[in-house]
Write a protein that binds this ligand. Structure first.
Ligand SMILES: Nc1ncnc2c1ncn2[C@@H]1O[C@H](COP(=O)(O)OP(=O)(O)O)[C@@H](O)[C@H]1O
Ligand SMILES: [Mg+2]
Length: 254
């Protein structure tokens, strides 16, 4: 039985002369939660953008759920069952919460050629359900999200991803801008996803969070994967020495 949900082989992305991602061989198993850590500029977000098809890779292969894939964009990745919370939020300011949750996958009462009728009632009901399961508190989902705090907006993005994720969820620094309580909420959402068996890639700078939540930690450094360690077989100091290059690479004097 193939228990691998995502695998990359030799995944490489260059921006002109910048080697943002070099020869990344990455494996994620079904049900597994993996953290991706590394210094700023290590290539973590670049990795996510290649896997989700936001950008086209320079070289390498991506296998998802047993098949080689080449997603042409995040919508296609979504249709394949991959939900992503990008580091820079992809929300529509002018729209309310239900419209944001259903952005790009609206429900219709009917569609006939150019004529369509949005099923706002169902979208709103399901939005409230999704928010309930994630314990995210939004006072009024009918307000445009531009009026919401950064934390609330982030929670909407996370609730959206958690509600729709079927095969894989990727979160790129989801709690970087959040307060203590909001962070705790997001961590509960992540625990719920683990219980549901949804595999996850969590990019985070917060080592406490990483050690609390994931099964395995993958360290990126200067565009390369330099370590993959089971949570129980490593500790914070060990991870930091890989992040800084004391271990697993040349010693950095920078
Ligand atoms: N669109 C881009 N054009 C040029 N260089 C980029 C682009 N995006 C990222 N980079 C560079 O690629 C490297 C990896 O960046 P990034 O993936 O954002 O790192 P991380 O998410 O780990 O902080 C950095 O050197 C960054 O400056
Ligand atoms: Mg990043």
């Amino acid at each position: 039985m193939n228990d691998i949900i995502l695998e990359t082989r030799g995944l490489t992305k260059r921006y002109g002369g910048v080697h943002a991602l070099e020869d990344a061989n990455f494996i994620l198993r079904k049900g597994e939660h993996v953290a991706v850590v590394g210094d700023n500029g290590a290539g973590k977000s670049t990795f996510v953008r290649q896997v989700t098809g936001v950008e086209q890779r320079t070289s390498g292969q991506i296998f998802f759920d047993g098949q080689e894939v080449s997603h042409s964009g995040p919508l296609e990745a979504r249709e394949a069952g991959i939900e992503t919370v990008f580091q820079t939020l992809a929300l529509a300011d002018d729209l309310d919460v239900p419209s944001n949750l259903y952005l790009g996958r609206e429900l219709f009462k009917f569609r006939l050629g150019p004529f369509s009728w949005l099923d706002r009632k169902t979208m709103r009901e399901r939005t409230l359900e999704a928010l309930k399961t994630t314990a995210v508190k939004i006072p009024n989902v009918d307000n445009p999200i531009r009026n919401m705090s950064g934390g609330q907006r982030q929670c909407v993005a996370i609730a959206r991803a958690a509600a729709f994720a079927s095969k894989l969820i990727i979160m790129d620094e989801p709690t970087a801008a959040l307060g203590v309580q909001e962070t705790a909420q997001v961590e509960n959402i992540i625990r719920g996803l683990k219980e549901r068996g949804v595999p996850m890639i969590l990019i985070s700078h917060n080592l406490r969070q990483v050690f609390d939540l994931v099964d395995r930690i993958v360290v990126f450094r200067r565009g390369r994967i330099v370590a993959s360690l089971n949570r129980d077989e490593t500790d914070g100091n060990d991870i930091v020495s890989y992040i800084t290059g004391v271990k697993g690479g040349e010693v950095s004097y920078a």
